[in-house]
Design a protein around this ligand. Structure first.
Ligand SMILES: *Cc1c(COP(=O)(O)O)cnc(C)c1O
Length: 391
């Protein structure tokens, strides 16, 4: 139907600086975890903490999934424990709990924000509950003041899944500095900044940081670059635990160093696109995405619309029509309670998650990324109008 090339749902924006830094890494002779990973960690901590004196540890890993696993491991989550999270997320948020032999307690979302509902979190707490994993869905901060208060009241740990939330603020403070035990960012190909694959664990807890660093590389108490550069014999190391292989390569970190510098500009562009969509879709039979609190930053990783009852298409038809008009779209997420593994493992039914279920049945994620031109944005606007005009 369209003569223009297909507009994909997501695309990374990789510039000449990123490319030059990767080439420099390749020529340097040090391609795995080394000076660039260290620089990326330092830059990341500075990005979040700014001039803040309180030390913020940033530990680079090869995915957010790895980071979530390491954070929970460092907090001592294990068999017999329960961890509460939202059903409206990607499976990685919850699977890491199962890696450790602990159980996942899924709860419903607040339909206004699509984020985990703090009242339902509190209602799901049992004597076995050890931690909460809030997800800042689409880049909108979860209700962290309420969640942190619940955690304090019940003696629970909090690990934020911030895969969508760079940069996001909550009551003026950047996600990563909110006072949870750890916050985990993702640099997967379609996230707000990318290293291809990658992630970052951020914490103010020096002991937790130390454990994450050891477990990220086989439970070895010195990393390869330390061994290479320090004065003690380079061949000597000690294994203190059965760790994992979760380190970030310098090739990936080379991308991250420059992506991070552009993170604010990328967000600015996505916010501009979201604003254009909000205006253009105001009179369509769509529920528009929830906005951030006044003064707060929404990362706009996703732009999620929900079709109203009076829309001429259901969600599946709507996405088919967008594709026919040359525009990619997706769904975030098929809730965990719908997936065979989670449904069967915990005998879940959709009736227990009415808000997530209703949102899922009506939702579509539209393209929103910094590489989109103004013409691309207008193509999405026209396609959405066209898809909803058809009878
Ligand atoms: C992408 C994503 C993850 C996993 O990130 P990886 O870096 O791919 O491991 C976890 N949680 C959420 C909500 C995500 O969107």
């Amino acid at each position: 139907m369209s003569d223009l090339p297909f507009l994909p749902f997501a695309l990374p924006e990789i510039g000449e600086e990123e490319i030059a830094e990767v080439v420099d890494t390749l020529r340097s002779g040090w391609v795995t975890t080394g000076p660039k990973a260290k620089r990326f960690e330092e830059d990341f901590a500075a990005f979040l903490a700014g001039a803040d004196a309180a030390p913020l540890h940033a530990i680079a890993v090869n995915s957010a999934t790895a980071g979530l696993h390491l954070a929970l491991e460092a907090l001592g989550i294990g068999p017999g424990d329960e961890v509460i999270t939202t059903t409206h997320t990607f499976t990685a948020t919850a699977e890491v709990v199962r890696y450790l032999g602990a159980d996942v307690m899924l709860v419903d979302i607040d339909p206004a924000t699509l984020n985990i509902d703090p009242a339902l979190v509190e209602a799901a707490i049992t004597p076995r509950t050890k931690a909460i994993i809030p997800v800042h869905y689409a880049g909108l901060a979860a209700d962290m003041p309420a969640l942190l208060a619940i955690a304090r009241r019940h003696g629970l740990k909090v690990v934020e899944d911030a895969a969508h939330a760079l940069p996001t603020t909550c009551r003026g403070a950047l996600v990563g500095t909110l006072g949870s035990d750890a916050t985990v960012f993702s640099f997967y190909a379609n996230k707000t900044i990318t290293t291809g694959e990658g992630g970052m664990v951020v914490t103010r807890d020096a002991e937790l940081a130390r454990r994450v660093k050891v477990m990220r590389l086989h439970g070895i108490n010195r990393d390869a670059f330390d061994r290479f550069t320090s004065k003690t014999p380079s061949w000597y190391y000690e294994v203190v635990a059965p760790g994992f292989k979760y380190n970030l390569t310098d090739i990936a970190a080379a991308l991250g160093i420059h992506q991070l510098r552009r993170a604010r500009a990328f967000r600015q562009r996505r916010a501009q696109i979201a604003e254009r969509f909000n205006t253009a879709f105001a009179n369509l039979p769509l529920l528009l995405p929830p906005a951030a609190q006044p003064g707060d930053l929404h990362a706009w990783h996703l732009y999620v619309v929900r079709l109203s009852d009076e829309a001429s298409a259901n969600r599946d038809r709507f996405i088919e029509r967008l594709f026919a008009l040359g525009v990619g779209a997706s769904v975030h997420y098929i809730p965990l309670h719908q997936h065979p593994y989670w449904r069967e493992r915990y005998a879940l039914s959709a009736e227990r998650f009415p808000h997530s279920q209703r949102a899922y049945e009506r939702m579509a994620s539209l393209p929103i990324y910094s590489k989109m031109s103004d013409a691309d944005v207008e193509r999405v606007v026209d396609a959405v109008r066209g898809a909803l005009a058809t009878r």
